[in-house]
Design a protein around this ligand. Structure first.
Ligand code: SAH
Length: 458
């Protein structure tokens, strides 16, 4: 029976027109104003769908048949695209992906931020939008007594074995395969999430794109790693790019990958990479952008928006290992970075030294606590850069920005929704959003990164 106000019911089969794409990559059809979400359907298409579930304000349907195909529809090149949750829009041509991301940013700025008249530029994309990721992190499991490593099936915790991922740098895939066969050779058991038993939880591989240096992180439940010496020897032998083998212990029942303790099993504590001319040391738990080619594009934009002449003091909030800080330090008088992860700050300090910058300082702590404290000590910034995690900036930080009144705020964001929310606050407090530049850091996925410039109205 149909519920009141819902024009369709479960198992209905109907033809619909797709009007839009959600930020999860599902097609949207409207039936008498009621939204139906249809994974894999694309805007402009006429499709036959079967209703799966109806909620009060919206429902879900399954794509049965494409009647009129979008000219932007392409065959997803990855054979496991439909099982894996990693990429959402491989079935959309790359040019259309870039347009979709620009539109998404524009829509969200309007809907959440009430910001209508700001230029949102066309998304800066990649020439070759494949094999771009410098980091692979794969969960380990067992199937029929054999070790498997791959990805979590969409919306589940079932691990599916995988031997290649076409958005990964090729060598990362090979490394995961090698580690899998080495672990099997020495009888290392995978972690069993349900029983909280077993050893190997995740293997994380990270490679410097420019230097080729590779780090292998074995994330284990306890300190124990059976046949440790053989495992290390075999990894070194079969993977000559490896310069660092690290063990991280995560004893908790959690789906967070890393635990608190990290120790070097062999080689260096870091790998190195370059973005532009700046050299970075990166340790296991530090955040480092996963798409180095596009990171350069993003940081160049941040540098352009900062418009530095050489006399400025710059604050870089959420600075990670100091990547943006050091990029800006090339042109600024003084740069102060703040970040919550202590290992990242120790990397940042080392990175300042490696590059010979002595006009850069870093502090460990929450941006929303440290920057107000700096402000109370009399610190003033001409340019303030923020690059927060998905949840955006804390209200206390936004308040301090409004009090400190830097001439320019450069807001780097990986989540348009929180960006819009925060821009609204900054706009109400005396700033004008001058322009927003989406940059495609994550081709084939629906994620979009933006660099925005705000200037003071007075
Ligand atoms: N700008 C860096 C890192 C951006 S990612 C880069 O481009 O590489 C966001 C960073 O914010 C992460 O390093 C995370 O550890 C840090 N972080 C999260 N919450 C924070 C907080 N409240 N205060 C300061 N840093 C925080």
């Amino acid at each position: 029976m149909k519920q009141k106000g819902i024009p369709v019911q479960k198992n209905d089969v109907l033809n619909v027109h797709i009007e839009d794409l959600t930020h999860e990559g599902a097609g949207v059809a409207k039936i008498e104003g009621y939204a139906l979400f249809i994974p894999e359907a694309l805007p402009g298409e006429e499709v036959e769908v079967k209703v799966i579930k109806t909620n009060k304000g919206y429902g879900f349907a399954k794509l049965v048949n494409v009647i009129t195909e979008s000219p932007n529809r392409v065959e997803p090149p990855c054979p496991i695209f439909r099982q894996c949750g990693g990429c959402q829009i491989q079935h959309l041509s790359y040019e259309a992906q870039l347009v979709m991301k620009q539109k998404q940013v524009k829509d969200v700025l309007e809907r959440i931020g009430g910001i209508y008249d700001v230029p949102v530029h066309p998304t800066l994309g990649m020439e070759e939008p494949w094999q771009y990721r410098n980091k692979s992190q794969v969960p380990f499991g067992e199937k029929d007594g054999e070790l498997i490593a791959g990805f979590y099936q969409k919306r589940s915790h079932n691990i599916i074995d995988m031997d290649s991922c076409i958005i990964q740098q090729e060598e990362n895939d090979l490394a995961v395969q090698e580690v899998k066969s080495i672990a099997a050779r020495y009888g290392i058991r995978a972690y069993d999430e349900e029983k909280h038993r077993g050893t190997l939880r995740h293997v994380v591989v990270r490679q410097g794109k420019k230097t080729g240096e590779m780090m292998i992180v074995l994330v284990t439940r306890g300190k124990e790693l059976p046949n440790k010496k053989n495992v290390i020897d075999d990894i070194r032998e079969s993977l000559p790019s490896v310069t660092s083998i690290v063990q991280n212990v995560n004893p908790k029942r959690t789906n967070v990958i890393f635990g608190e303790t990290t120790s070097v099993l062999w080689g260096e504590e870091y790998i190195h990479d370059y973005i532009g001319d700046i050299r970075f040391a990166i340790s296991a738990r530090s955040f480092y952008q996963v798409n180095p080619e596009q990171t350069k594009v993003l940081y160049d934009k941040a540098l352009e928006y900062a418009d530095l002449r050489g006399h400025e003091t710059v604050i870089d909030a959420y600075c990670g290992i100091g990547t943006i800080s050091l990029f800006l330090a090339q042109k600024a008088k003084k740069v102060l970075g703040v970040e919550i992860v202590p290992e990242a700050i120790s990397d940042a300090k080392q990175n300042a030294r490696i590059n010979g910058f002595d006009h850069v300082d870093f502090a460990v702590g929450e941006a929303e606590k440290v920057i107000p404290w700096w402000y109370a000590q009399g610190v003033r910034a001409d340019v303030l850069v923020v690059d927060p995690p998905r949840k955006g900036c804390d209200a206390e930080l936004l308040e301090t920005i409004l009090a400190m009144k830097p001439e320019r705020v450069v807001y780097v964001s990986c989540n348009p929704a929180t960006l819009a929310r925060d821009l609204k606050v900054l706009e109400a407090g005396g700033y004008r959003t001058k322009e927003v530049q989406p940059v495609d850091m994550f081709p084939q996925s629906t994620h979009v990164e933006c660099c925005s410039l705000l200037i003071r109205k007075d």
